[in-house]
Design a binder for this molecule. Structure first.
Ligand SMILES: [Zn+2]
Length: 353
């Protein structure tokens, strides 16, 4: 089947992009929390392939190469800089294989390259900025060589770093998706407002602009509404599935308010004890429905997302995907169902169950 590009798909409808693979790989036992390096592309390629396949089944239109944090600086931190290029190429190869291996009669998925926050960007230090640019440049080049259809620059909390990422992506002539992730100060770390950063990204030629990660639906949506009023390009929204609040807008400082009896040893719920603050699937559905109604048509869920969240997004915007076959069927539940075969005495027992 003919494969449409990202921009054609967005012109004609919506694109769903699964991401947040650090959390999912950690949950499946293939990656160390905290350190968060996507080494499984080399160490457990089958496990990575399975993650991609499960999100594809759930409705992701994009296979985003798992190179998040797979940049030169992080590889230096763990003393494995020599694995940088092999890791990137392996992740891209796996993404390409999965993207091309879709169910019969389905359009192949889009392959996305990925660059992200480097955590060494310093607005007052030219040489750090130059180093970041070179890190982006090499990753974008590998993505291009390995057949990426577009590049995602994501999770930037410095506006300057997001602009640098965009510039490097644009050199590849591939479509650019830029999503920012402001911290709890609700402003970019270099003092530029969230809205102004998005306006500037559009001005500088990003094809899709929006927000991803760090924030749950509740603390991302108010900004999306404001951004939508001032930019005309396609917009992206990919929150984390956790119940962040006005006082704790990101998952970095989110407290457990759900009767925790054994707090994490490192003193915060992030990243290993967030589970009780999980959004339910209906909250994700509500978010996707609202975002879609605002005209935001590049949608997904970030760190913490399970395939069922992606299916919920697909369902919310009216897409039939392979996993739609298994959407909930409470009618046949043994106790709470409405099926005529469910005996009355079992139904009546439901409130005491
Ligand atoms: Zn994330």
């Amino acid at each position: 089947m003919q494969k449409q590009g990202l921009l054609d798909r967005l012109k004609n409808g919506s694109v769903i992009c699964a991401e947040g693979f650090l959390f999912e790989a950690e949950r499946r036992g293939y990656l160390a929390s905290g350190e968060f390096v996507p080494e499984l592309a080399l160490e457990n390629p089958k496990a990575l392939k399975n993650i991609h396949k499960d999100f594809q089944h759930a409705g992701s239109d994009v296979v985003e190469a798992f190179t998040y944090n797979g940049h030169r600086e992080k590889m230096r931190v763990i003393g494995k800089e020599k694995l940088l290029e092999p890791l990137n190429r392996a992740a891209l190869t796996i993404a390409r294989e999965v993207a091309n291996d879709v169910p019969t009669d389905c359009e192949p998925n889009l392959i996305a390259g990925n660059i992200s926050n480097t955590n060494i960007w310093d607005p007052n230090n030219e040489s750090s900025q130059q180093e970041v640019r070179l890190m982006f440049r090499e990753m974008v080049q590998w993505a291009r060589e390995e057949g990426a259809d577009f590049i995602i620059g994501e999770t930037f909390y410095y506006a300057g770093e997001a602009y640098a990422a965009l510039e490097e992506i644009k050199k590849s002539n591939l479509p650019a998706v830029l999503t920012i992730a402001p911290m709890g100060e609700n402003i970019m770390r270099d003092g530029i407002s969230i809205i102004d950063t998005c306006k500037e990204l559009e001005q500088r030629g990003a094809d899709v602009v929006g927000m991803n990660c760090f924030r749950g639906p509740t603390t991302m949506m108010p900004y999306l509404k404001e951004i939508r009023k001032v930019i005309k390009c396609h917009m992206a929204a990919l929150p984390i599935p956790f119940r962040t609040t006005k006082d704790q807008p990101t998952f970095f400082n989110l407290d457990d308010n759900n009767n925790c009896t054994c707090p994490s040893p490192h003193g915060r719920t992030f990243p290993t004890a967030l589970d009780p603050m999980y959004c339910n699937r209906y909250e994700i559905r509500q978010f996707a429905t609202e975002a879609h109604a605002l005209g935001i048509n590049y949608l997904g869920v970030c760190c913490g997302a399970a395939p069922m969240h992606i299916r919920e997004v697909a369902d919310a915007i009216g897409k039939e995907v392979p996993a739609s076959r298994y959407r909930e069927k409470m009618a046949n539940h043994f106790m709470y169902g409405t099926n005529e075969r469910i005996p009355d005495h079992i139904k009546d027992y439901g409130d005491k169950a």
